[in-house]
Design a protein around this ligand. Structure first.
Ligand code: 13P
Length: 247
């Protein structure tokens, strides 16, 4: 049985003050939950504040991105060492918004995962198809290509996969429980055919997850958690999501 893993990706939202207000309200709501892994990925500017407030709690801290070089003349970028020093244990890599707006490719994703893992960060790798790809019957091919490229020469330990169909992100259109599970089954089959330890890998679903649909999604055998955007911006709804993920 894989332990449920519910993660908040705040994207480009929340100032330092808003981060502080969220965490102060949220921690008491989830303090007794010890059967779900909980994670928050605030923007870079809030990491230090979040790290201080989350210390000693049952909530992990992640960054939403990281650079693929250790250090040097890369204006505006952030290295794994910097994330670790500020208190991150995890990092999200390859989110579809990074692929869509910032030129992220399976190759850069692969380099980022390698460096982040070498440095000791745990990784949430995001994959998923666009609406056009789904409608033209290419979903599984796209997932295979993304997995192959992103995980090239990498073992699976310390990696979580987030399946986020691009058409379901921020649109209110959740994949049905069965649609999501079908993709997760496919992902796990690919992992089992190509890597060691596929059974242990947690696969999160992401895309318009809300307190009222989390239970249905989590009841599917291959859905091990959720990566949540909009519904993770309020402490009440994010705590509801965490509670909804319990068995
Ligand atoms: P929403 O939950 O807002 O659809 O965002 C999902 C997502 O992209 C999480 O990384």
């Amino acid at each position: 049985m894989r332990r449920p893993f519910i993660a908040a990706n705040w994207k480009m939202q929340k100032t330092i003050g808003e981060t502080e207000a969220f965490i102060n309200a949220f921690l008491p709501m989830v303090k007794d939950i010890n059967d779900v892994d909980i994670l928050i990925a605030p923007p870079y500017t809030s990491l230090e504040t979040a790290s201080r407030l989350l210390k000693g709690s049952n909530v992990f801290l992640a960054a939403q991105n990281v650079y693929l070089e250790e250090k040097g003349a890369f204006t505006g970028e952030i290295s794994p060492d910097m994330l670790i020093a500020v208190g991150c244990t995890h990092v999200i890599i390859g989110h579809s918004e990074r692929r869509q707006y910032f030129g992220e490719t399976d190759e850069t994703v692969n380099k980022k995962i390698k460096l982040a893992r070498n440095k000791g960060l745990k990784v949430i790798l995001c994959i998923g198809e666009t609406l056009e790809e789904r409608e033209s019957g290419k979903t599984f091919d796209i997932l295979d290509t993304q997995l192959k490229g992103s995980l090239k020469d990498l073992p699976l330990d310390e990696i979580t996969i987030a399946y986020e169909p691009v058409w379901a992100i921020g649109t209110g259109k959740t994949a049905s429980d069965e649609q999501a599970n079908e993709a997760h089954v496919h992902i796990r089959k690919w992992l089992a055919a190509n890597k060691e330890g596929a059974e242990k890998v947690r696969i999160q679903y992401g895309g318009s997850v809300k307190p009222d649909n989390v239970k249905g999604l989590m009841s599917q055998p291959e859905i091990d958690g959720a990566l949540v955007g909009g519904a993770a911006l309020q402490p009440e709804s994010f705590s509801e999501l965490v509670k909804g993920a319990r068995g």
